[in-house]
Design a protein around this ligand. Structure first.
Ligand code: GMT
Length: 385
C-alpha cells in the first residue's frame, strides 16, 4: 500500500507514534511518505528503502500574520499523492492535519482519490479542538474523514461526548517497539547518573502544564528523604524552569538531572527503577508504555486513558491527580521491596509486549486503512468527481 503520513514532527507523542507506525509499516513492505515541515524527531531510519520524507515549505508574506501551513501542507500533499499514487492518507493529530488531508483528497487530479484516516491523539480534542477557534474545523475534519481512530477508549468516548461527534471512532492503541525499548540497560550508563546503591527515577515529557512536573519534584523529594535516589528529568518545555527552581527550593537540586530533549530515551528508561507520570490529563500516556516495555514500573495519575495502559497494583500504581504523598508512598512500596519491584517490572514488560507491540497494533491500522478504502464518505467524494 502507498501511504502518506501527516504528523507534527517535534518531540510530542503523536509524532513519535506516527513515525514508528509508519516505519513499522515500511518494514512490512508498504511504502510510506512522511509529509511534514521538518524531519520527524524519531525518524532515525531514513535509509529505509520504503520510507520517504517530503518537506512542507511555507512562504511568508507581509500580508500574512503567520505562515499558512495548513494550505502549504495540503498543496504539498496533493503533489505527493499525484506523483506517488498514494492510496491512504493517515493524519495523526486532527489539527491541522485532518483538514489538510481532506482538502488534498478533494483537490487532487487523479481518477481515484486516496482515503483519509484520522487518528485523534488527545490534546487535538481535549484542549485545542474544543477551543472555539478550532472547534468547527475540527468537527468538520473528523466527520469528513473516511475512518477515525482514537488512541484510547477514554478519548473516543470524550470525543463523542464533548465534541458532539456522532460517527464511529475505532480504538487503536499506541504501539511500542519492544526491541528498541527493552529492560536491562548499560551498567556503565547507569553509573553516570547514580551510585550503585541509589535508586533511579525518571520522568519524560514536554514539560507543559498538563504534565504537572512540579508534582514529579514533590514526589521525588519525599522518596529521597527515605531512600537514596536520583531523578532524571527528560524533555523540555515551558514548565522546566519551575521544576528546576522547586528542586533547589526543596533541597534536592543536586540529585535531579535535567537532561533536555533526548532522542534515544530507551537507553535512559532501561537503566531506570521507576517512572513518574503525574499528569492532570493524558489520553494514553505513551511515555508510560515505553517505560513499561523497558521493564520499569510506573507511578501515575488515575486520569484519562492511563488506566488502559498501566494496571494499578500490577504494572505500577495509580493515584489521584495531585496526590504526591500517595505517589511517594507507592514509589517507596516498590523501592523498598525488590521482589515486588521485580514482579511489577516483569509484568509491565509482558503487558507492553503482549498488548501494545507493533505486531498487535499495525494490523489494526491496516484494517482501518482497508475500511477507509471502502467507506461511504469516500464513495460520496468519488461520485462528486
Ligand atoms: O502530551 C502531549 O502534550 C503531547 C501529545 C502529542 O501531541 O503527542 O500527546 C498526546 O498524544 C500521545 C500519543 O498518542 C498520548 O500518549 C498522550 O497521552 C497525549 N497527551 C495528552 O492527552 C495530554
Amino acid at each position: 500500500m502507498n501511504i502518506a503520513v501527516l504528523l507534527h514532527s517535534g518531540a510530542g507523542g503523536s509524532g513519535v507514534v506516527a513515525t514508528e507506525v509508519g516505519v513499522g509499516l515500511a518494514r512490512q513492505g508498504h511504502t510510506v511518505h512522511f509529509v511534514a515541515s521538518s524531519v520527524p524527531f524519531r525518524l532515525t531510519e531514513t535509509d529505509h528503502p520504503n520510507v520517504y520524507f517530503h518537506q512542507v515549505e511555507s512562504m511568508s508574506y507581509p500580508l500574512f500574520d503567520a505562515p499558512l501551513t495548513t494550505l502549504s501542507e495540503a498543496s504539498k500533499l496533493a503533489e505527493v499523492i499525484e506523483e506517488n499514487s498514494v492510496e491512504v492518507i493517515h493524519a495523526h493529530y486532527a489539527i491541522p492535519h485532518a483538514a489538510a488531508a481532506i482538502m488534498a483528497r478533494d483537490m487532487v487530479r487523479v481518477p481515484v482519490p486516496p482515503a483519509v484516516v484520522t487518528t485523534l491523539h488527545g490534546t487535538d480534542v481535549t484542549l485545542v479542538g474544543l477551543d472555539r477557534a478550532y472547534l468547527r474545523t475540527t468537527q468538520y475534519s473528523v466527520e469528513r474523514s473516511d475512518v477515525v481512530t482514537a488512541v484510547s477508549h477514554y478519548l473516543a468516548g470524550y470525543t463523542h461526548a464533548e465534541m458532539g461527534i456522532k460517527r464511529e471512532i475505532l480504538v487503536v492503541p499506541n504501539a511500542v517497539d519492544g526491541q528498541r525499548f527493552r529492560p536491562n540497560g548499560s551498567a556503565e550508563l547507569r553509573l553516570r547518573y547514580a551510585h550503585p546503591e541509589e535508586r533511579l527515577l525518571t520522568h519524560v515529557s514536554n514539560f507543559r502544564a498538563v504534565k504537572r512536573v512540579e508534582d514529579v519534584i514533590h514526589t521525588f523529594a519525599e522518596v529521597s528523604s527515605e531512600v537514596g535516589a536520583r531523578l532524571l528529568m527528560i524533555g523540555d518545555g515551558p514548565d522546566r524552569p519551575k521544576a528546576f527552581e522547586l528542586a533547589s527550593k526543596l533541597g534536592v537540586g543536586g540529585r535531579v538531572a535535567f537532561l533536555g530533549s533526548f532522542p534515544r530515551i530507551e537507553n535512559l528508561l532501561a537503566i531506570s527503577d521507576l517512572f513518574l507520570l503525574p499528569s492532570s490529563e493524558e489520553s494514553f500516556g505513551l511515555a508510560a508504555l515505553e517505560a513499561m516495555a523497558s521493564g520499569v514500573p510506573v507511578i501515575a495519575s488515575r486520569t484519562g486513558g492511563i488506566p488502559e495502559v498501566v494496571v494499578d497494583g500490577e504494572t505500577g500504581y495509580l493515584c489521584k491527580v495531585g496526590d504526591t504523598a500517595g505517589m511517594a508512598n507507592a514509589a517507596l512500596t516498590l523501592l523498598k521491596n525488590s521482589e515486588l519491584h521485580g514482579s511489577f517490572a516483569r509484568t509491565a514488560r509482558q503487558r507492553a509486549v503482549a498488548v501494545f507491540s507493533e505486531q498487535k497494533v499495525l494490523p489494526l491500522y491496516l484494517a482501518a486503512y482497508e475500511r477507509a478504502l471502502s467507506s461511504r464518505v469516500r464513495e460520496a467524494s468519488l461520485s462528486g468527481r
